[in-house]
Design a protein around this ligand. Structure first.
Ligand code: PHE
Length: 462
């Protein structure tokens, strides 16, 4: 139904086999290091319950409506983020400069991929270490030494970064149906099973520690909630839902026109949140059972947990499963980070394989600077002359630039585009509803999300 006032209905390059596979693929993108590595440690650092509640509220009020908008923009544009944004702006008689929003999202994905691959690479040797029992009866110092030794060695980091990027390009290069679909339908359910096994183990091994973990995560103590914790919660809501990284946008561009975007978004946000909470229930009981520190920071997964794995009966198997799961989760996310630029290169005539290899190769190259900033370039603080960036390595700067600037800015602009630039008729058509749920979405996307993100931005930059 092409209607000049609404905009052209475009045909996709290709589509997913079915709707559930699409949900799995986007859930695979959303569920990653953000859920299993970052969420537990920032929850630990920010005191538990109250932080979790703010995070859940951010997901529901800001994250979910923008996730819906991003899938909608992708499906309506039917092309890579940059070309879709140009086409959609043209439909609305607006400037083609909206294409720059697409460019920024693709750049964000590229930057994130470059360092994400390095961190995900840490988990690969841990699979082997857990399997051969290196953590068994090791002292906390020895285990800290293993992690420190890994970070201090550019060669080891380079090796695992390379292996991880090869895994990523291996799946992406094969294509959407044969590669991405097959990978997510195997990896996502396995991840669920591994998490469930860990949680059941925790419940049976030490019920009182499990209880303590549940209380820590769900009993809010609002006196512990700082304004910084609120900012962290909102920023993490974007990162964990893969918002404004072009990944969801690109996946949405392959989505069948009949699938309901609203139901899809709720399912994805639900799965992502469930996995984060499950990761917490897999990790905190072990932390409490062993009298360890919940707020120990980024090392929580890589140092604290192996200490516990080394002491618990069956720790060799549980530990191996855990790190396999971490690699799986990161893998399905990194594949999605490639997609937006791969789609764009394909539009420019490159073959799928060449496009994937080009993007992954370039991100791998940039990733070398992250590898080095963990050791040889540790003292290199390029923006150190600005107070806010004092002591920040290149890796810290990439993280800051993407999580604190590019993703929130991309999210804000998408909300403005969907709420104010596109006609109401076209969003109603694409979301296939104009009922009460649509009106709630429309209100959130027009007012709550832009004002909320704008306020965070100002607070964050100020
Ligand atoms: N959502 C992913 C995670 O939680 C990270 C990601 C960000 C993926 C942006 C794609 C785009 O790990």
């Amino acid at each position: 139904m092409a209607d000049a006032a609404i905009g052209a209905v475009r045909q996709p390059h290709q589509t997913w086999s079915n709707w559930p596979t699409f949900i799995l693929a986007v859930a695979g993108s959303a569920v990653g290091l953000g859920n299993i590595w970052k969420f537990p440690y920032i929850t630990g650092e920010n005191g538990g319950g109250a932080f979790v509640i703010v995070y859940l509220a951010c997901i529901a009020i800001i994250g979910l409506p923008i996730l819906t908008a991003e899938i909608m923009l992708g499906r309506r544009g039917r092309m890579s983020p940059v070309n879709s944004m140009i086409a959609l702006a043209r439909d609305a008689n607006r400037s083609r400069y909206w294409g720059l929003l697409g460019v920024m999202m693709m750049l964000a994905a590229f930057l994130i991929l470059s360092f994400y691959s390095v961190i995900a690479g840490w988990a690969i040797p841990y699979v082997g270490q857990a399997l051969v029992g290196s953590f068994a009866d090791a002292t906390p110092d020895e285990i800290g030494g293993i992690f420190g030794g890994l970070l201090a060695s550019p060669w080891q980091l380079l090796l695992w970064h390379t292996v991880f990027m090869a895994l990523t390009v291996g799946v992406s290069g094969i294509g959407v149906k044969a590669g991405i679909e097959r990978a997510v339908t195997i990896l996502m359910p396995s991840l669920f099973i591994i998490l469930a096994v860990l949680i059941i183990y925790n419940m049976m091994a030490d019920a009182s520690s499990f209880d303590k973990a549940v209380k820590f995560m769900f009993n809010p103590d609002f006196s512990k909630l700082t304004s910084e914790a609120i900012l962290t919660a909102i920023g993490h809501a974007f990162f964990t839902l893969s918002i404004a990284g072009g990944a969801v946008f690109a996946y949405g561009s392959y989505l069948d026109s009949k699938a309901s975007i609203g139901v899809t978004s709720v399912a994805i946000a639900g799965i992502d949140t469930l996995v984060a909470l499950m990761a917490g229930l897999a990790i905190f009981p072990i932390v409490f059972a062993n009298g360890l520190e919940a707020g120990s920071g980024p090392g929580l997964v890589f140092v604290t947990l192996p200490i516990a794995f080394g002491q618990m009966p069956g720790g060799q198997i549980i530990g191996t499963l855990f790190f396999v799961m971490l690699v799986f989760a990161a893998w399905t996310s990194s594949i999605s980070m490639l997609e937006a630029i791969v789609e764009w290169l394909q539009e420019r005539g490159l073959s799928r394989g060449k496009a994937s290899a080009t993007v992954a190769g370039s991100a791998w190259l940039l990733g070398l600077t992250t590898v080095l900033s963990l050791n040889l370039w540790k003292g290199f603080h390029p923006l150190g002359f600005i107070e806010r960036f004092e002591g920040k390595t290149l890796f810290d700067l990439y993280d800051y630039l993407t999580a604190n600037i590019m993703l929130p800015l991309g999210a804000l602009l998408m909300a403005v585009f969907a709420g104010w630039i596109m006609t109401r008729a076209s969003t109603e058509e694409e979301l296939a509803t104009s009922g009460p749920i649509y009106r709630v979405w429309y209100f959130l996307i027009r007012y709550v999300a832009p004002i909320g993100i704008g306020a965070i931005f100002i607070a964050n930059l100020g």
